[in-house]
Design a protein around this ligand. Sequence first.
Ligand code: ATP
Ligand code: MG
Length: 243
Amino acid sequence: MIPKSHPRYLSLKTRDNIVNGVKMGITSEHGLIAHGRGEAFDYLIGEKTRKFGLEAIDAAAFLLVSAKNPVISVNGNFAALCAKDIASLGKKIPAKIEVNIFHTSKKREVKIRDFLIKNGAKEVLMPSTGIVKYIDHNRRYCNPLGIGSADVVFVPLEDGDRCQALRKMGKEVITVDLNPLSRTSKSASVTIVDNVIRAMPLLIKAVERYRSFSKMELNARIRKYDNKKILSKSLNYISKRFS
Ligand code: ATP
Ligand code: MG
């Protein structure tokens, strides 16, 4: 047990959740390494949600509530860290939830689905006969009713190839990625540079706030958003903190 008084309590607790994810067969061992990279970038932004994160969270909420078929794509890290919030976000938007993992394993996909359902998700789609074009590995399978026909996909902690492929298919892609230099961050429509455990509760609140906005108002706000500017704001923030 980590004592709550420990100055790095939250960070250590989050590590525990990822390690438990591996033990439960939800998260891949490679997920531990991805998490470590995330931690390093979180250190650089002071482990707090910053203004560039909040602006991107708002833009993500605009896109999600105005989408025709929004889908939340869930991998092993995201499930281990945010299962309850994933279920709640799915209900609030409302959006479909689909399991999609990088290192394909049927067994792990089923475990992720069951874990999400245990944590309150009503229905969880699995990859099947849908195809994500432009990628040639076995990660190209998706659900035709989910990611296959989605106009907006929310894919936190995503790999660059897949993010680029989804964009090429004409979909709006929202990601959460602590590394503003990753290929995912650069190719997404909206990049939330923040820890997914902090971003999710804020995104749920933003969706509640903007759900009643008119389509016109939402579109106007989406048009104003500039993801390149958000990424450079995050990099400027990091460089200023250390100069
Ligand atoms: P890319 O494929 O986009 O170029 P990559 O190969 O460097 O990126 P991946 O392992 O594909 O990285 O994806 C993991 C990404 O998720 C990393 O950029 C990492 O910083 C980020 N990440 C890990 N844990 C978290 C977290 N808890 N919150 C937000 N981002 C995270
Ligand atoms: Mg990658």
